[in-house]
Design a protein around this ligand. Structure first.
Ligand code: EPZ
Length: 421
């Protein structure tokens, strides 16, 4: 745990390479136990969520070895179907291990992940889907006990909401089930496509990822696999926003252009000039950002909720009024109060979902507290643009999804240091 100390005012210039994606590697690590043999995963991001996932794999008997950014997992030695409750508490997205363990062991015990900083984070869609695949699920004493004494069988599953996690859990469970599973109203995020690529490399038969309909034809067995994790589109968007808020210029390499379109389209609306190449993007910021009349978050390919806090920082210094509608997570606006401590002029609706952001020429440095991963990133961006010094406390949130963010920002001219507490 630590804090980021920032002196604002530097324009950021330079080039950064984007590493593997947090929301891509987590479901991939939850699926390595399906093949009962070896998986080699390249471009692993060194973030705390990856480290917790590795701890979970080791706790159920898998062998892991990290060589640079390559992780090698041998799941032939898997000897437990119980995910340690303390690790689930540390990382609620470990619910994705439900599908992997059910697919491999036909039974799972995992504690209820419960809510987090973003809201209640229910898993009703996950459980309803797994029941349709033939799982018996008992929820008691804060645990979920899943079993499938008969083989799991394919089903037609329509998701009430295109949940990323539920889509992933169904793919992992159905990969080794009997027959065909069709998911309609599936999540379309690029990380779902990356998961499909990895599972098919193992020998699964999955198609349609990236569209609203995914078809999984169950197979009897899966085998060794090797995969390179897709780059992190939210980390890329965050660094583009850092250049935008400081009036700088940046080039990012190792990106996938079409993953960034929902983000770059909105950066263009603020007056940034953008150029895309095959696997790089270049941004040049205007001297003063323009407001965005209405910014609304929605599932991919809509504007990602994971970039909403960062854009609120941007729009806090834009030349006009913007309205931001958060439609995905009911408690995703904890950064508003902290931005206001820096002089941002933001009015939040009583339900906490709509913000009216009146851009001010300058923010003032302050001591602020990150309450969640992307809110913490947003406060760092605000500090880069603010007059004077800013301290962003509670670095543990930011460390979940950004590899040494202070080193990357320093490399392109930011005056930022990390102080360990
Ligand atoms: C994934 O979370 C990401 N996390 C989130 O990134 C991301 O914000 C989110 O997808 C949306 O894109 C990972 O991939 C590890 P959802 P997930 O299930 O799967 C409701 C970050 O900052 N819902 O699509 O949990 C839920 O309450 C993180 O990197 C149900 O109602 O998201 C929420 O309102 C934050 N019932 C909405 O769906 C369910 O059973 C979106 O949830 C499941 C979800």
């Amino acid at each position: 745990m630590g804090e980021y100390h920032i002196r604002g005012g530097n324009q950021l210039y330079g080039q950064l390479r984007i590493n593997g994606g947090k929301n891509a590697i987590l479901p991939i690590l939850a699926s390595v136990m399906l093949n009962g043999s070896e998986s080699v995963i390249h471009n692993c991001p060194k973030i705390s969520d990856t480290l917790i996932s590795i701890q979970i794999l080791e706790s159920i008997g898998c062998k892991t070895k990290m060589e640079g950014a390559t992780l090698i997992v041998d799941s032939s030695t898997l000897n437990s179907w119980e995910v340690p409750a303390d690790l689930v508490r540390e990382m609620r997205s470990s619910i994705i291990f439900l599908g992997g363990l059910l697919g491999r062991c036909k039974r799972v015990k995992i504690s209820y992940p419960g809510g987090c900083e973003l809201g209640a984070r229910p898993i009703d869609l996950h459980l309803k889907a797994l029941r349709l695949l033939g799982a018996d699920i008992v929820e008691k004493h804060g645990f979920i006990l899943c079993s499938a004494d008969k083989r799991l069988t394919g089903a037609c599953i329509h998701l009430d909401f295109p949940s990323v996690g539920a889509t992933e859990n169904i793919m992992l469970t159905a990969a080794l089930a009997d027959g065909e599973t069709v998911i309609t109203n599936a999540a379309r995020e690029p990380e779902i496509q990356d998961l499909q690529v990895f599972l098919n490399t193992m020998g699964a038969q999955i198609s349609g990822a990236g569209t609203g309909s995914i078809v999984i034809r169950g197979v009897k067995k899966l085998h060794d696999a090797e995969h390179t994790v897709m780059p992190d589109r939210i980390v890329a968007g965050t660094f583009l926003a850092a250049a935008a808020i400081t009036g700088g210029k940046i080039e990012l390499t190792n990106i996938v252009p079409e993953h960034l379109y929902p983000i770059t389209a909105k950066l263009s609306e603020t007056g940034c000039a953008l150029r895309m190449e095959r696997n790089s993007v270049y941004l040049e910021a205007p001297s003063r950002l323009r407001p965005i009349e209405t910014l609304r978050t929605s599932p991919h390919p809509g504007f990602p909720t994971d970039m909403q806090p960062q854009f609120m920082s941007l729009l806090s210094v834009a030349n006009g009024v913007s309205v931001i509608n958060e439609t995905v997570f009911e408690s995703r606006n904890k950064h508003v109060a902290e931005l206001k401590r820096m002089g941002a002029d933001i009015i939040l609706s009583s339900d906490g979902l709509t913000s009216v952001v009146k851009g001010t020429p300058k923010l003032n440095g302050a001591i602020v507290e990150s309450k969640d991963l992307r809110g913490g990133a947003a406060l760092i961006l605000a500090g880069l643009a603010a007059e004077g010094s800013t301290v962003v406390m509670n670095s543990k949130h930011v460390e979940r999804g950004y590899e040494q963010i202070e080193e990357s920002l320093k490399a392109i001219g930011a005056d930022i240091t990390f102080r360990k507490l």
